[in-house]
Design a protein. Structure first.
Ligand code: NAD
Length: 473
């Protein structure tokens, strides 16, 4: 891929930033400060493997911006991890948080390992050692830098991190807020696991509900009946596929590492997931056709393409063959700047990663707030609201002489629980961000695409924050 990739991931982010920065009023100094990665911590540490050998592990944590603290961003386990990638991902986090009004600076971490090559015990040792390295250098903490899951990591790793942190900081009452994406028993919030995929769905659904945008693409308004292709059946891809299917769309193809499958009548992500678990591959799924290469899925005729695996998968080389009308960037950086140019020529709408996959960080923010307040969402008001709603219904019944059915009564009166509140906060965030970016894009004819509009929005917010901090007179 490197032969067709003239820009590194970080350079691609800088390039998109510069394109947008020209359309803002901020002076060069402020723009340079926003763009720079403030702190880069590259580390090496030894870990004893199960067979007694010692492996030196390469890992990173980058804090891109502290204009708001703590810094926030996931930790990735992949053998592709390198400093450039972590810097790019940390920068995207700053812009992402700004767009969705989450008061964090951007951060990101990475450990250069393929988790499939290690036992659970080895992974635990690596994660715990990485956490203690972060503690030693003051690179983690509820008010400093708060990691989360990313590619190759999940609840299990977050548990190891919070446990290591808490044991090194005895008595720190807010220790649970040192990392998000934790299991519920360890201080997690209901609704975090599906948050990124659900956010992707909310964002694309909002775009599909915009009549003028759909008309331009030659599509009908609404998600229902649209054909969807998803690349990656991990956390983000699985949940994106699930919510599109539940929202009435048809997921006609799924691509994984080992291959891709297609069924024009629609695929059920859970059945495919179970098939993969059983057989070790998504290929040969009953009723579906295997595609020759996994990347063929990206070039299928469809309404919505959701790349939810890794960066740079749609580039100058394959973008001309992409036939989707809408690309929803669920992964970070799946489309290169060269691909963006092709989309502009072909009239493909690319909904950018920078805000579209912000569901994870938005709900992470809710989890962090829960950890600092030490109380579950809805605990105080759920029953109160339920009782109050019941009184209102009863009053209405006695005033009108009519009665509401028991089930109906229960559904109207019920007080919101944690998951409902989290989903509602996420829906509001994604709808507002989509509208804000679209309005910005359509109000300025110099803004060429939605990605640039998202960058302009982010730059304006971060720059305002710097100016109001008094750093730049
Ligand atoms: P994950 O590890 O849960 O899943 C990724 C999946 O992609 C895996 O199943 C993997 O086998 C598959 N994959 C890898 N290479 C592939 C290829 N060439 N073709 C098809 N499939 C391939 O990771 P995730 O958390 O779902 O993250 C996916 C992307 O979303 C990453 O870019 C990540 O940075 C981004 N993201 C994740 C979150 C989150 O909350 N987890 C939030 C924002 C952005």
């Amino acid at each position: 891929m490197s032969a067709t990739k003239p820009y590194s991931f970080f350079q691609s982010v800088e390039r998109s930033f510069d394109k947008a920065a020209k359309l803002t009023k901020w002076d060069l100094g402020i723009l340079e400060q926003i763009k720079a990665c403030n702190s880069v911590y590259q580390m090496r540490f030894p870990v004893k493997m199960d067979d007694g050998s010692i492996e030196v592990i390469e890992a990173y944590r980058v804090q891109h911006s502290q204009h708001k603290t703590p810094c926030k961003g996931g930790i990735r386990f992949s053998d592709e991890v390198n400093q450039d990638e972590v810097m790019a991902l940390a920068s995207l986090m700053t812009y992402k948080c700004a767009i969705v009004n989450v008061p964090f600076g951007g951060g990101k971490g990475g450990i250069k390992i393929n988790p499939r090559n290690y036992s659970t015990y080895e992974l635990e040792k690596i994660t715990r050692r990485y956490t203690s390295e972060l503690v030693k250098k003051n690179f983690i903490g509820p008010g400093i830098d708060v990691p989360a899951p990313d590619y190759g990591t999940g609840e299990r790793e977050m548990s190891w991190i919070v446990d290591t942190y808490a044991s090194l900081k005895p008595g720190e009452i807010d220790a649970a807020g040192c990392v998000t994406g934790k299991p519920i028993t360890q201080g997690g919030v209901r609704g975090r696991k599906e948050a990124t995929g659900l956010g992707v769905f909310f964002g694309i659904r909002e775009v599909c509900n915009m009549e003028d945008v759909m008309k331009k693409l030659g599509l009908k308004t609404g998600v229902e009946g649209k054909t969807v292709v998803v690349q990656g059946l991990g956390n983000v891809g699985y949940h994106s596929a699930k919510f599109f299917r539940e929202g009435g769309a048809k997921v006609i193809a799924l691509a994984e590492y080992e291959g891709a499958i297609m069924n024009p009548n629609g695929l059920n992500e859970e059945e495919v997931f179970q098939h993969r678990k059983k057989t070790g591959s998504i290929l040969n799924f009953p009723g579906a056709t295997n595609l020759a290469k996994n990347t063929d899925a990206l070039e299928l005729e469809c309404d919505i393409l959701i790349p939810a695996a890794l960066e740079n998968v749609i580039n100058g080389e394959n973008a001309p063959r992409v036939k989707a009308k809408i690309i929803g960037e669920a992964a970070n950086g799946p489309c290169t700047p060269e691909a963006d140019e092709v989309f502009a020529q072909k009239g493909i709408l690319c909904v950018p990663d920078m805000y579209l996959n912000a569901g994870g960080v938005t709900v992470s923010y809710f989890e962090w707030l829960k950890n600092l307040s030490h109380v579950r969402y809805g605990r105080m008001e759920k029953r109160f609201n339920e009782n109050m709603n019941m009184k209102i219904i009863n009053q209405m019944e006695s005033l009108t002489g009519k009665t509401v059915g028991a089930e109906e009564k229960k559904s109207i009166a019920h007080g919101a629980d944690e998951q409902e509140l989290v989903h509602s906060g996420l829906e509001e965030t994604m709808i507002s961000a989509t509208r804000e970016i679209m309005e910005l894009w359509h109000s300025n004819p110099d803004i060429p695409d939605m990605r640039t509009a998202a960058y302009v929005s982010a730059i304006n917010k971060v720059a305002t924050s710097y100016v109001e901090l008094g750093i730049f007179p």
